[in-house]
Design a protein around this ligand. Sequence first.
Ligand code: PXP
Length: 236
Amino acid sequence: MLLGVNIDHVATLRNARGGVEPSVEKAAEIAENNGATSITTHLREDRRHIKDEDVYALSQILKTRLNLEMAMADDIQAIALDVKPYSICLVPEKRQEVTTEGGLDVAGQLAKVTEFINPLLDAGIIVSLFIDPDEEQVKASAKTGAQFIEMHTGAYAESFGYKEEEEEFQKLKKSAELAQSLGLQVNAGHGLNYENVHRMHEIEGLHELNIGHSIISRAVFTGLAEAVSKMKEMIK
Ligand code: PXP
């Protein structure tokens, strides 16, 4: 199973001060040097973390693949067509949300989704649709021409360790099987962390996991000891 690392929250930290530190390019380089098979960034409508220039810079320096998460917005589509990332993942987006809540409603707007992704597919960009693990959404996704779905693992992650876990997990497993039987490749992500990720191995043929928040959160602590002792040494 491949690991795509989402580096949005490196940009969140950088933007807290408005400077250039920590560098998203450096974060991508470290992730790639340690096994990431792709780098994911979400260019949100309000540009709260990743900015246009980050996407352009990453597209120049990545040794692996750039996966651009984006909403169905014409201006972001224009950027995608200009940058030509390896892949895009279409996500729903609400301005007020803290992070992507729920999957894209493909079944409810099949014609709109199909029309929106067509120019991206024509440009040779791989298209993935971020959907809830739901039969109707999987079936609709297979009709759009997208090559991938990314299953929203948020409900599974939230239920992990509780009685609902098995039910949520089975939705993922069944949706992956259905998607694969319809010719789609299957990724998964959202809310996966060091405790709950191991069950993804029970889903056969999962291509790639896209993980962000838990990796960046862990990095704060695994890196803090060195950062403090280095500063202590500098001011001795
Ligand atoms: N996949 C998609 C489509 C997402 O929107 C996100 C969050 O930006 C992720 C994966 C990663 O989620 P997390 O940061 O919870 O690992």
